[in-house]
Design a protein around this ligand. Structure first.
Ligand code: TPP
Length: 364
């Protein structure tokens, strides 16, 4: 047994580089990202918020089946995408559509899953983005396997796998963390701790001092970061990505943030959290603090803001147009790509569907 390396422990408080009032707070370990990087991140935040708002509206109009919004978590979404280089891979969850889009996937293609049309509307290999995972924490194992394969092939790929606080209670989380640490894999485990797993609060999820404290048990560094501070997120995630690329192994990064809306449109969050609590997080909005900082430093003017708004409105308009067109789907595809040889039970269901399609077409 060796003595624990206490440098693996996270700090007592999350890393913050720009506070809620938009003031830069220097840190001994992390430099503020460049002005250009912050401008780029802010533009992406504006797009992300607009996409979240648009998708929420599309759900109400029946144009999306479900939308787990990342409203309030956009800084995590944007930083995760920006920290990765081309050739790296992102393993996202159902809540991470904004990250997927920030990696270059067209918004209407990212929405194919949440519209209920197909498992994924984009080619993962074209973007280095795995399909969004709905079963909790399964993507962490996929990410670890992927990183292992890349390492064995001698490729410089870094993999960033996202999950929520609730997913850290899954057995898959443990297996993924353990394997990645033992084999020193280039993986960043990025936990968005938004304080809730549907109605279950963090206090019912763990008895650890923080989720990042779990890292030392596996022998990897744990980092805590303000999940509404895009500057701090960029710095901390970049450090973790660079570490993986150097061959120094995985990192667990816990971002403390808050889910501003209900879990999905199928959830009523007024049943399990006070409005005052939600309201208190409005002041910590991830967009307004970096905007205030950029404005104060004269790194953002009216013209630049107008251009960003115009771009975001363009994205929303395109998304509306794409989602308002009825897709032409073949229900028989439901049965394809599942089994090489269809079992009898599925064959019987397929015949039922086939009959119904024939009857509908004959009656039409
Ligand atoms: C393996 C598995 N168990 C249960 C569920 C049902 N489920 C969907 S979302 C969710 C809560 C997840 O919370 P968290 O991991 O904190 O992520 P968040 O939704 O807050 O982003 C649960 C229990 C699931 N999708 N997969």
């Amino acid at each position: 047994m060796s003595t624990p390396d206490t440098s693996l422990l996270p700090r007592d408080t999350p890393v913050q580089l720009i506070d809620e009032h938009g003031t830069a707070t220097p840190d001994p370990d992390y430099a503020l990202p460049s002005a250009e990087r912050l401008q780029q991140a802010y533009a992406s935040l504006v797009n992300g918020r607009r996409i979240n708002d648009q998708c929420n509206a599309l759900v109400r109009q029946g144009r999306l089946a479900v939308y787990p919004s990342s409203n309030g978590q956009e800084a995590c979404q944007v930083a995760a995408a920006l920290a990765l280089a081309e050739g790296d891979w992102l393993f996202p969850t159902y809540r991470d559509s904004v990250s997927v889009i920030a990696r270059g996937v067209a918004p209407e293609d990212a929405m194919v899953l949440l519209r209920g049309d197909w498992h994924s509307g984009y080619n993962p290999h074209a973007f280095g983005v795995a399909p969004q995972s709905t079963p909790l924490a399964t993507q962490l194992l996929h990410a670890v396997g992927f990183a292992h394969a890349a390492m064995l092939r001698g490729e410089p790929t870094v993999v960033l796998a996202m999950c929520g606080d609730g997913a850290t209670s899954e057995g898959d989380f443990h297996e993924a963390m353990n394997f990645a640490a033992v084999f020193k894999l280039p993986v960043v485990f990025f936990v968005q701790n938004n304080e809730f797993a549907i109605s279950v609060p963090l206090s019912r999820q763990t008895a650890a001092p923080s989720l990042a404290h779990k890292a030392i048990g596996y022998g990897m560094p744990g980092r805590r970061v303000d999940g509404n501070d895009v500057a701090a997120l960029l710095a901390v995630l970049q450090e973790a990505v660079d570490r993986g690329r150097r061959g120094d192994g995985p990192t667990l990064v816990e971002a403390h943030t808050y889910r501003m809306l209900a879990h999905t449109n199928a959830d009523d969050d007024t049943r399990y959290r006070e409005r005052d609590e939600v309201q208190a997080w409005v002041a910590r909005d991830p967009l307004s603090r970096v905007r205030t900082y950029l404005r104060a430093e004269e790194l953002l003017d009216d013209a630049a803001e107008a251009a960003m708004t115009e771009e975001a409105e363009g994205i929303a308009a395109e998304l509306r147009a794409a989602m308002n067109a009825d897709p032409e789907l073949d229900p028989q595809e439901l049965f394809a790509h599942v089994f090489a040889e269809r079992p009898a039970s599925l064959e019987a269901q397929w015949e039922l569907l086939h009959d119904e399609i024939e009857r509908t077409e004959a009656g039409a």
